[in-house]
Design a protein around this ligand. Structure first.
Ligand code: NIG
Ligand code: FE
Length: 401
């Protein structure tokens, strides 16, 4: 006997390769999808009136915990300054670092919660959040503790990523700072169980491939998943280094060559595309989407929500950008925020799919098809969002039980 049976619905897609409408019912038991069978016996039945059911969206790359904003820097960029020039003049990430160091844990939580709930209203049931605006041991741990507190305040699944290697703090020597990241911060993060993954920004204004190798060796040895910001502003061959060192995902990926794409394909590394940063920084060099297709690299799409390069609290907006700016096809856009985003996070429990056994995280839409996400900007949203089979946003109005 299943807990609930949702009937009269269209699934998008239920299992890899399945088409919309392949099943017309979805049963939930103990928070997981327990059957895709209209005849399944259940204690409760809910008629969804023919609406479309999608896996909960996964925003697999955010910096959603931060303080302050950098609207004035954006105005400077609009007037012609580049992201790199602003960073080199002491602004950029350091600007937010100062605000985060001053903020209390509660202030960080209060700032981030509305962002997460806004994403929830769009059907985002799982969010990855990085540290990286503390850049000292105390403040990095404060950010990760804030993510822990947020878990108690939102029904979403939150994944924490330790990004102590986001930038070298002003006045610090790079290798001296990286020693602190590896020898002091990382052991604390691991012993307190504060993060699932580690990340590093490989760029001329941040860290290089050797730094990545040192960090990944230590973090991988401690059981953390490995991810990297690479190829955002220049090609430092960070992709090849990250892949060789075991990266689960490479993120940004505007500056890389085809041998890097081949290396990603061989290792199954996920390409996380961040069109919000591309759009905000008015970049012109796009990720090599056609090469990713040719070589079979999975593409995820994420907001990169942060106060500098992507102050965009909307995965739907970023999905639209991935279609219009990068040329992703409607089904690639949806896979980018569901199963491929799950792969970028190293989830193997069916998250991001509607397969039997997967978490019962899904959203219900009164739309004909998912091509609308690539076409219409604004005015779209799910009627209801469910996590673990429980309604956490919207209403199941019209449903008969
Ligand atoms: O993913 N590239 C580095 N990190 C962020 C930007 C952080 C910031 O500007 O505050 C990114 O774009
Ligand atoms: Fe980022």
């Amino acid at each position: 006997m299943h807990d609930i049976l949702f009937t009269n619905l269209r699934l998008y897609p239920s299992t890899p390769g399945a088409e919309t409408g392949a099943a017309d019912a979805l049963a939930v038991t103990d928070g997981r999808i327990s059957a895709l069978d209209a005849g399944a016996p259940a204690r409760r039945r809910i008629d969804l009136g023919g609406r479309l059911v999608l896996p909960g969206f996964i925003d697999c790359h955010t910096h959603a915990v931060y303080a302050g904003n950098r609207a004035h820097e954006h105005a400077m960029r609009t007037a012609g300054a580049s992201y790199k020039e602003i960073a080199e003049a002491g602004g950029g990430i350091f600007n937010t670092v100062q605000a985060v160091r001053k903020a209390s844990l509660e202030q960080l939580v209060d700032g981030a919660l509305p962002r997460l709930l806004t994403l929830l209203g769009e059907g985002v049931t799982r969010v990855e959040i990085k540290s990286g605006y503390g850049l000292d041991t105390e403040s990095e741990l404060k950010m990760l503790h804030a993510i822990g507190r947020l878990r108690q305040l939102t029904p979403q699944h939150l994944t924490a990523t330790f990004l102590g290697a986001h930038s070298v703090p002003p006045g610090r020597d790079k290798s001296d700072y990286l020693n602190e990241v590896i020898d002091v911060m990382l052991p604390a993060v691991v012993s307190e169980g504060l993060a699932d993954a580690v990340d590093i920004f490989v760029e001329s204004i941040a860290f290089d491939g050797q730094d990545l190798q040192r960090l990944f060796a230590a973090a991988g040895g401690a059981g953390l998943k490995l991810r990297a910001h690479v190829g955002q502003l220049s090609d430092m061959h960070g992709v090849q280094t990250a892949v060789a060192a075991g990266a689960l995902s490479c993120d940004h990926l505007e500056y890389l060559d085809e041998s890097a794409v081949r290396a990603m394909a061989r290792s199954g590394t996920v390409a996380v595309l961040l069109p919000g940063a591309f759009y905000m920084l008015r970049e012109t060099r796009k990720p090599p989407v056609e090469q990713f297709r040719t070589h079979g690299v999975r593409m995820a799409v994420a907001t990169d929500l942060n106060p500098g390069s992507s102050p965009i609290v909307s995965l739907l907006a970023v999905m639209h950008m991935s279609a219009v700016l990068f040329g992703l096809r409607p089904e690639e856009v949806v896979h980018g925020v569901t199963r491929h985003a799950a792969a970028a996070l190293g989830l193997d429990d069916g998250a991001g799919t509607l397969a039997v056994g997967a978490p019962a995280d899904f959203s219900i839409w009164n739309i004909a098809d998912v091509d609308l996400f690539s076409y219409q900007m604004g005015g779209l949203g799910p009627d209801a969002v469910l996590i673990g089979g429980r309604r956490v946003s919207g209403v199941l109005e019209g449903a008969t039980t």
